[in-house]
Write a protein that binds this ligand. Structure first.
Ligand SMILES: *[C@@H]1O[C@H](CO)[C@@H](O)[C@H](O)[C@H]1NC(C)=O
Ligand SMILES: *[C@@H]1O[C@H](CO)[C@@H](O)[C@H](O)[C@H]1NC(C)=O
Ligand SMILES: *[C@@H]1O[C@H](CO)[C@@H](O)[C@H](O)[C@H]1NC(C)=O
Length: 239
């Protein structure tokens, strides 16, 4: 609609005199976001935080930057008006709160690979009638990676014919390509018999990575081990 983009809605201009003291990029002001990176599995919920101490009156804008795309405005929020969402973004999915004047949290529910993006909060620091993006300050962004992980069990055929058992771990739908896969068996890191793709493969805008753990059929059939596929040492998938 007419209010698309980071433009000052006309009704808000009436409030300008209150914020003139904050005009300009003040020394010692801060806008910051956390976490810097977060890794989620599809269906999970994630909280993105933004803190600023430039002004208590300005709108806070939340932007989404999908991989290899420009910034898209998700919503603008103030302390005195209902949150205003852009087309394609709903409050049910992107719930935004502003706990007090300087802290805002955006909760993204039920994440899917479509939500993988870097999210920025931003603020207008000069409250003149004609506002351009030059007047905005941005947080450092939070990079959200969304992925699916699956472990596939060995085939009966392989066990019978080769007396070997190969477990396959497939991580997919993530971006960017910084993931690494590891295996643990009964809690101990396993490197013997592990073959991991050296490079992740790209599918559209996301990557996938496969790792195989090859063990003896005897180990597979007799030890009832606990097999874990670990991603980048911080994400765990248990078989
Ligand atoms: C904003 O926060 C930073 C870091 O806590 C602090 O150094 C700075 O003085 C604060 N500025 C104002 C105007 O409160
Ligand atoms: C989560 O998102 C998926 C894909 O859009 C959808 O099929 C599913 O119903 C959603 N689940 C919930 C609990 O909203
Ligand atoms: C690539 O992504 C599409 C859509 O997510 C999926 O249907 C397809 O199976 C994927 N292909 C590979 C080789 O992973």
């Amino acid at each position: 609609g007419i209010c698309k983009g980071p433009f000052w809605p006309s009704s808000v201009l009436l409030l300008l005199p209150f914020s003139f003291t904050h005009a300009g990029a003040g020394v010692g002001h801060l806008i910051t976001q956390w976490p810097a990176e977060t890794l989620k599995r599809a269906g999970e919920t994630v909280d993105l935080s933004c803190y600023q101490n430039y002004t208590t009156l300005a709108f806070i804008f939340w932007y989404q930057q999908p991989p290899r795309n420009g910034l898209k405005l998700v919503a603008s929020i103030s302390t005195w008006m209902k949150n205003s969402y852009e087309e394609g973004y709903s409050e049910a999915k992107f719930e935004i709160s502003r706990d007090n004047n300087d802290h805002s949290v955006m909760t993204i529910k039920n994440v899917t690979s479509k939500d993988a993006a870097t999210y920025f909060c931003a603020l207008m620091i000069q409250h003149f009638v004609t506002v351009t993006t030059n007047n905005m300050v941005f947080g450092d962004g939070t990079k959200l990676t969304v992925m699916a992980v699956a472990i596939f069990s060995p085939s009966k055929q392989e066990i019978q014919q080769k007396s070997k058992a190969t477990l396959v771990c497939l991580a997919s739908g993530f971006y960017p390509d910084y993931l690494k896969l590891f295996w643990k068996v009964n809690g101990a890191k396993r490197t013997d018999g592990v073959g991991t793709d050296e490079f992740s493969t790209q599918n559209g805008s996301t990557y996938s990575l496969t790792s195989r753990l090859r063990i003896s059929a005897q180990e597979w059939l007799c030890t009832h081990g606990r097999y874990e596929c670990l991603l980048t040492d911080k994400y765990l998938y248990v078989f």
